[in-house]
Design a protein around this ligand. Structure first.
Ligand SMILES: [Zn+2]
Ligand SMILES: [Zn+2]
Ligand SMILES: [Zn+2]
Length: 229
């Protein structure tokens, strides 16, 4: 697999697309993404939800005394101190009231003293190693528990911008494979500019003279185009 194709795969991975590279030397890969079966919105597997009420993780520390919220990354609060109940709330100065608790005020983990004290021992619902959070098991858009993968086999051609006018695609080679899309990565040396064109298998099959165009510059646009199908 070419370096340029590999870097395209990494770009997909960085956008939370699952990528499988078949065990051969061809420039193809499989891109998969999870969707809700009911509403077809993307399914966020990286998210976590509260075991007790299903509320999602907002990545904040919550003070149970003054209800202030603090971002995990922006605040200077120390995770270890919070776990030990030693950190002071920057707003109300209470000690041992901070944790990655559930944001839902009606959650049993906030209202039930027995449950709350158990959760607190772990630094909250969403603290790392806490047994009280789950990977997202419901769609955040419609609540459905059912999901499915969309997967596509994608072939990649890499060309230089100065080849744009006279490049002909080896259609037969592509059409003999079970590919769904061909991505053409167009390189431009001077300013590292990247452009992409993408053709569906149908476009490749139905048209004889296929022009390569600079359709997309952003990887997000490319990914959105693919997973609309
Ligand atoms: Zn909860
Ligand atoms: Zn406080
Ligand atoms: Zn849904």
């Amino acid at each position: 697999m070419d370096k340029e194709v590999k870097s395209l795969c990494y770009a997909f991975v960085s956008k939370n697309i699952e990528v499988y590279i078949p065990d051969n030397n061809e420039n193809v890969f499989i891109a998969s993404k999870l969707f809700c079966k009911n509403c077809e919105e993307p399914w966020y597997t990286a998210l976590q939800e509260c075991f007790f009420c299903g509320e999602i993780n907002y990545y904040v520390y919550i003070c149970t005394n003054c209800k202030s919220l603090f971002s995990l990354t922006a605040s200077n609060l120390k995770k270890d101190d919070i776990k030990k109940g030693k950190e002071k709330c920057p707003v109300c100065s209470s000690e041992g009231t901070l944790g990655q608790f559930c944001i839902n005020e009606n959650c049993p983990s906030n209202n039930d003293n027995v449950i709350h004290s158990k959760v607190k021992k772990f630094g909250g619902i969403f603290m790392k190693d806490s047994p009280f959070s789950l990977s997202l098991i419901h769609c955040i858009n419609c609540g459905s528990p059912a999901n499915f993968y969309k997967s596509f086999l994608i072939a990649v051609e890499v060309i230089n911008e100065n080849e744009l006018g006279n490049k002909t695609l080896d259609k037969e080679k592509l059409l003999n494979k079970p590919v769904d899309f061909l991505i053409i990565k167009i390189l431009r040396e001077e300013n590292n500019e990247l452009n992409y064109d993408i053709k569906t298998k149908e476009e490749l099959r139905e048209h004889d003279n296929i022009k390569i165009l600079k359709k997309f510059q952003k990887i997000d646009d490319l990914i959105n185009y693919i997973f609309r199908f």
